[in-house]
Write a protein that binds this ligand. Structure first.
Ligand code: CAA
Length: 386
């Protein structure tokens, strides 16, 4: 059923097949149990790394595959259609920490952190939010104070996807001082590793969905970070985070398209086999109209995502386009999953079928990497900024 605005190349179709085969073989048999047990399978990092899937958009000189964004997102959709928890790990790693070190890192930082991430030896994560700083990300409070050749970080980062298993954390902290607050310009980005003194993993969230992705707080208790681990320029950390989220939101859009496609496929198959009133329920117009609307919205979301990915690959300004792709795809995923449950009726409400998991997983795509409300703010602001 999958189609693209422009036909995918042989290479893109090949990577899509590799992703699909991997997901069906290595993930699908275990997804329901991982979800039930809120279990993150650490072996997946090495397996995805061996395929090159943890360095998809990293140039080959840094041990990545050097693929474009569209190819990466096509593969991500395949993984997400089987397991959205695995997909968010891939999305965060490929869109945020790796891209940040590639774009703003020094040669030494690329050697030390980018290459192992690209090879899949270390999982990269992104730590922007805090318990009191969600949508208003620039209000974050984690404080960094310079002490000789080190920065000392104190504060708590929240909602860190994959944080308990991270090898490399791109963390945003304030480098302005209490007497000289500079708003968004008072924030810098640091490359943190769990072996640094003062690093701790805090509360693990007990989530409604994406249960096989461990979401934790990270506690920096006088965390000592070498000065050489400041990323790029001091005071530019918020801008780096926002520019990176322009990429990240494409990944979440691909995850949402994967969830929606999966809900559509399950609902269509069930409607063909389920008989009521003497015939398969797909023969009732009420069901056909639902399936038609679901298929149309999935196709529209994928088309917008691929158009946005192609714009990124042409080097165009992405802020509005990626917010639109994420907004449409995430609201589509939630809507399509809701319709799928309705088609399944009571069977959709229990764990015997995967649609209740898709419904739970879909919800967070309307929340993380910027809520739907934040995407609308970004889209509306861009109408007046250019
Ligand atoms: N690209 C480049 N620069 C940008 C930018 C972008 N997309 N967005 C903002 N900026 C710049 C602005 O130009 C401004 O720069 P100047 O200092 O030069 O003026 C600076 O950043 C501050 O921008 P704003 O004044 O627009 O900042 P704001 O406080 O009004 O916030 C916001 C803007 C869009 C609401 C932003 O806070 C936001 O996106 N909030 C949502 C937070 C979010 O997405 N969190 C995701 C958490 S990570 C996660 O979820 C990962 C996971 O686990 C899956």
């Amino acid at each position: 059923m999958s189609w693209a605005l422009t036909p995918l190349t042989e290479e893109q179709l090949g990577i899509q097949r590799v992703a699909r085969d991997f997901a069906l073989r290595e993930i699908a048999p275990y997804s329901a149990a991982w979800d039930r047990d809120a279990y993150f399978e650490p072996a997946l990092v090495g397996k995805l790394g061996a395929l090159g899937f943890l360095g998809m958009m990293i140039p080959e000189i840094y041990d990545g595959l050097g693929l474009d964004a569209l190819t990466y997102l096509v593969a991500l959709e395949e993984i997400a259609s089987v397991d959205a928890s695995v997909a968010v790990m891939l999305s965060v790693h490929n869109s945020l920490p790796t891209q940040m070190v590639l774009r703003w890192g020094s040669d030494a930082q690329k050697e030390r952190y980018l290459k192992p991430m690209a090879r899949g030896e270390q999982l990269g994560v992104f730590a922007l939010s805090e318990p009191e700083a969600g949508s208003d990300a620039a209000s974050l409070r984690c404080q960094a104070v310079r002490d000789g050749d080190e920065w000392v970080l104190t504060g708590t980062k929240a909602w860190v996807s994959g944080g308990a298993h991270a090898g490399v954390i791109l963390a945003m902290a304030r480098t302005d001082s209490p007497g000289d607050r500079r708003g968004a310009r008072g924030i810098s980005t640091f490359i943190v590793t769990p072996d640094m003194p003062g690093f701790g993993v805090g509360k693990k969230e007990d989530k409604m969905g994406l249960r096989a992705s461990a979401t934790v707080q990270l506690v920096f208790d006088g965390l000592r970070v070498p000065a050489a681990n400041l990323l790029g320029e001091e005071g530019m950390g918020f801008i780096y985070a926002m520019q990176s989220l322009d990429n990240g939101r494409l990944g979440i859009a691909a995850q949402a398209v994967g969830i929606a496609e999966s809900a559509l496929r399950h609902a269509a198959a069930y409607a063909a086999e389920r008989r009521q009133f003497g015939k398969p329920i797909k023969e009732f117009e009420g069901i056909q109209f639902k399936l038609a609307d679901m298929a149309t919205r999935v196709a529209a979301s994928r088309a917008l995502l691929h158009a946005a990915a192609s714009a990124k690959d042409r080097g165009e300004h992405m802020t509005q386009f990626s917010a639109m792709a994420k907004l449409l795809a995430s609201e589509t995923a939630m809507w399509v999953a809701t319709q799928a449950i309705q088609i399944f009726g009571g069977y959709g409400y229990v764990t015997d079928y995967p649609v209740e998991r898709l419904f739970r997983d879909a919800k967070v795509t309307e929340i993380y990497e910027g809520t739907s409300e934040i995407q609308r703010i970004v889209i509306a602001r861009e109408l007046y900024s250019r």
